[in-house]
Design a protein around this ligand. Structure first.
Ligand code: FAD
Ligand code: FES
Length: 273
């Protein structure tokens, strides 16, 4: 019988240091050791395991259109993520999944897509940004509004510079910096400054809960209806498959019914996220 808890072995093929210091972020590219089926949707996650340390749920940040590798961008925060940060290319980890519902991007064809991220919150958005830019003809305008505490804390810095040639990107940092030429202030303030239009648009926001709360308020103030706004809920998870009850809010298991929600649905659930 298939045991859903058994991870598949995957080798780390590259590690990129995105952010150093206290809130270090690294991007890992992995390939399965054996041929495995891991078809996933943008916004889905995987349980990554390190032998003797445990498991952590991490969003797949690469596009499902890429078959060569699976990418994960990981903030060093505790036992498992610290162990991952100490690994080297060639090391083997466990991966099980994919888990969660993913973004309903098939329903968004022909629309303007607005991505709004903060800090490591760009990781779950990156999969959909990359997919949308590859299939640009299927969508209308693509806009990314992304910010972090300082310019050093921005992830995918070189990729963002490249992406600016293909879509509109507005970056921000929380406080003034000598060479910073873009917006200074919190992400929701940048949203209010750039005033994306709600007509025929979907806005997707990922980041710290406090940022998400004020981004949704900003979007509502700009005229976005609740069903035009999508976000992710990142409650702590254990099994990832709707069995242990670790992640639920109300009757929803975030690992199965989420982590992607429209604000129209999420606002009806208990505020346990
Ligand atoms: C659906 C989903 C997608 C995620 N995607 C990513 C991703 O792409 N990149 C990434 O870096 N992280 C992501 N996370 C968060 C990641 O799972 C946790 O940071 C990680 O499990 C921490 O494990 P640890 O053993 O290193 O730390 P722990 O020792 O378990 O905890 C360290 C600290 O982080 C807190 N913490 C742990 N998990 C969470 C959580 N889910 N939310 C808030 N605080 C938490 C703990 O309370 C503690 O203070 C995601 C979480 C979910 C549920
Ligand atoms: S993590 Fe076990 S039910 Fe969701």
């Amino acid at each position: 019988m298939k045991n859903e808890y058994i991870p598949k072995l995957a080798r780390i093929v590259s590690i990129k240091e995105e952010v150093d210091g206290q809130r270090a972020i690294k991007t890992f590219r992995t390939q399965f050791v054996n041929k495995e089926d891991f078809s996933f949707k943008c916004g889905q996650s995987a349980m990554l395991s390190v032998l003797g340390k445990g498991e952590s749920m991490i969003s797949v940040s690469s596009s499902p259109l890429i078959n060569d590798y699976l990418q994960f961008s990981i903030l060093k925060s505790g036992r498992v993520t610290t162990a991952l940060h100490e690994m080297e290319p060639g090391d083997v980890i466990g991966i099980r999944g994919p888990y969660g519902n993913g973004f309903p991007i098939e329903d968004w064809k022909g629309k303007n897509l607005i991505f709004i991220g903060g800090g490591i919150g760009l990781a779950p958005l990156w999969s959909i940004v990359q997919t949308a830019i590859t299939k640009k003809e299927e969508y209308k305008d693509l806009l990314l509004i992304y910010g972090s505490r300082t310019s050093k804390d921005l992830v995918y810095k070189e990729e963002l510079e490249e992406l600016k040639k293909k879509m509109t990107i507005h970056l921000s940092v929380d406080n003034k910096e000598p060479d910073w030429k873009e917006f200074v202030g919190f992400v929701p303030n940048n949203v209010m400054d750039k005033k994306p239009l709600p007509e025929n648009a979907i806005a997707v926001t990922c980041g710290p809960p406090v940022m998400i709360k004020f981004v949704i308020k900003a979007l509502n103030d700009l005229g976005f209806k609740d069903d035009q706004i999508y976000t992710t809920v990142e409650n702590k998870m254990k099994c990832g498959i709707g069995k242990c009850g670790r992640c639920n809010i109300g009757s929803h298991y975030i690992c199965k019914n989420g982590p992607v929600y429209s604000w129209a649905v999420l606002k009806t659930l208990p505020q346990e996220y």
